[in-house]
Ligand binder design. Structure first.
Ligand code: NA7
Length: 506
């Protein structure tokens, strides 16, 4: 069989991608490269770039060095510093989007309200009154996109401005204001120094749990270094590989209890404690900032100015819990009252929202809300039994500790593309895994997850679901790659891999 004939016989799918963030852009590029032209990407926001469009708080930056937070197929020699800021990263995604001319398959300011699988196709309804019927559906809506603002008593009574870190209100003038920051996660530790260094502010930080903080100086790249990256693309690639190697090793150290895992965690903890000891002299403040759980249990914070800023005269760290918000301030459990003009909730995200809250029905009316009622889980993070021809990108157990989510998205895209090709040439009539394979997969994952520091480290974090099971990948990056290197055809409903393989090779 000639290549030309084989191409003719192949099915040409219509494809819809929900979300034009980092993953959606990657998918659109790879689908087009595979010759799929009937492609639509729907984005609820007014521009592409997902989390980097949404998060505009002062100091927003990536906690993964820029050269490793770059598509492997779209290097960027121009990164300004080791850890690029949010606006620069957003500009990078927009430039890749433009470079690959994805604007002609993308609709902005349109939100998907429902996706229903009927008679072998997905029927997608949007808030603009549009209805799309497609063969293949991808949810690339990201993992941490639904901000959570705690229901603190009296929150509605507060007369000043209050907003979540991911919904920054740039209309609010901060100079000279008394600002409360609730939370001390990765977002808070980036924005707190900026607020403290804003003229005339008084910043009160409400910490529920201290963080493990590893010092990383965000050094700028010189024009000469950028020129070298431009002239020698291999130099940037090598740097990315080195960074990812370190991230892989440190992340893998969080996944087990063998001697080397524990020694490595000890060394990471020693490093973080040394920074705390060097940066914070006041014993009481040091005590408040010292974590009492294992390092890595929560996402490790990479910072260089957080401890330093907290010691400025206009900053205060409160560790008593918040009992109520009143008209003009915050009262803690000790009865102490803090007068506040602006409250910033740096309180994180719902990690299990995924493509929801849209209505999502699979085969025979199967409702995702009932499937996920007791447990949010997937098959190899990407597939959901009973929801054929659907791909959940960055689904449950996708995060690999602090590892670059771009590498993860690219690997999942490559896996999905193999399944798309199998559908196109008839090896799969529909892309659907069996419930038994999904159950078996999750049992294996859970057995491995129980040894990880996320499960055993004695903390609460967004890595954990409601049952306390980690939503992260419990092994090394290499093993993650292996797990989705190629589909295990026996796990698929009605797979005909063997005969199709032979016909394709005929
Ligand atoms: P995180 O890492 O989920 O941090 C949220 C912070 O907010 C954390 O310090 C929480 O304390 C705190 N929090 C949450 N609810 C409350 C209430 N009710 N009272 C006091 N404090 C509260 O979110 P981020 O936005 O910082 O980072 C999310 C990810 O985005 C990050 O890991 C990167 O991957 C990018 P807790 O520790 O739970 O006691």
């Amino acid at each position: 069989m000639t290549k030309g004939n084989s191409a003719k016989a192949r099915r040409q799918p219509s494809v819809l991608i929900i979300g034009a963030g980092m993953t959606g852009i990657c998918l659109a590029i790879k689908l087009r490269e595979a010759g799929i032209s009937d492609l639509l990407m729907i984005e609820k926001g007014s521009s592409v770039g997902g989390t980097w469009r949404e998060n505009t708080y002062p100091g927003v930056a990536c906690d993964i060095p820029s050269h490793a937070y770059t598509y492997s197929f779209a290097q960027n020699p121009d990164w300004s510093s080791l850890l690029a800021g949010g606006a620069e990263i957003h500009a990078y995604f927009k430039s890749v989007f433009e470079q690959y001319q994805l604007d002609n398959c993308t609709r902005l300011n349109e939100k998907v309200l429902s996706s229903v699988y009927q008679e072998g196709r997905w029927h997608v309804q949007t808030d603009q009154g549009n209805h799309h019927t497609v063969d293949l559906l991808f949810a690339a809506s990201g993992m941490l996109h639904q901000p959570v603002t705690p229901e603190l008593p009296g929150r509605a009574e507060f007369s000043g401005a209050q907003f979540h870190s991911a919904q920054w209100n740039h209309e609010v003038e901060l100079e000279g204001k008394r600002i409360a920051v609730v939370g001390t996660g990765s977002s808070a530790t980036q924005l707190i120094p900026k607020l403290i260094n804003t003229p005339g502010t008084r910043v009160t930080v409400f910490q529920r749990t201290p963080q493990w903080v590893v010092k990383v100086e965000n050094e700028a790249y010189s024009a000469e270094e950028q020129q070298q990256f431009r002239n020698q693309p291999d130099k940037a690639r090598k740097l990315a590989r080195q960074i990812l190697w370190v991230y892989d090793k440190t992340t893998t150290a969080l996944t087990g209890q063998r001697l080397w895992h524990r020694l490595m965690r000890l060394s990471m903890a020693w490093n973080a404690r040394r920074y705390l000891n060097q940066a914070v002299k006041n014993p009481e403040l040091k005590r408040k900032l010292t974590p009492d759980y294992a390092i890595g249990c929560k996402r490790v914070v990479l910072a260089s100015g957080f401890y330093e800023a907290l010691q400025q005269d206009n900053a205060e760290l409160i560790t008593d819990s918040i009992s109520a918000i009143e008209d003009n301030g915050i009262r803690t459990s000790t009865g102490e009252f803090h007068e506040i003009d602006v409250i910033v909730y740096a309180t994180g995200f719902n990690p299990v929202a995924y493509m929801r809250p849209m209505k999502f029905l699979g085969q025979d009316g199967l409702d995702i809300e009932s499937v996920w009622k007791d447990k949010v889980q997937a098959y190899r993070s990407v597939l959901l039994p009973g929801f054929p021809n659907f791909f959940l990108m960055i689904g449950p157990n996708s995060p690999i500790g602090n590892y670059s989510i771009i590498s993860i998205a690219e690997a999942q895209t490559a896996y999905a593309m193999q399944l798309v090709e199998a559908w196109r040439d008839g090896r799969l009539d529909k892309i659907d895994v069996s419930a038994a394979a999904t159950q078996e997969w999750n049992q294996k994952l859970r057995a491995k997850l129980k040894d990880t520091v996320w499960a055993t480290g004695g903390c609460n974090s967004w890595y954990l679901d409601a049952d306390g099971d980690p939503l992260s990948w419990p092994d090394s990056w290499q093993n993650f790659l292996r797990s989705i290197e190629s589909p295990k055809w026996d796990d698929f409903v009605g797979a005909n891999a063997g005969s199709a393989e032979s016909s394709a090779n005929a």
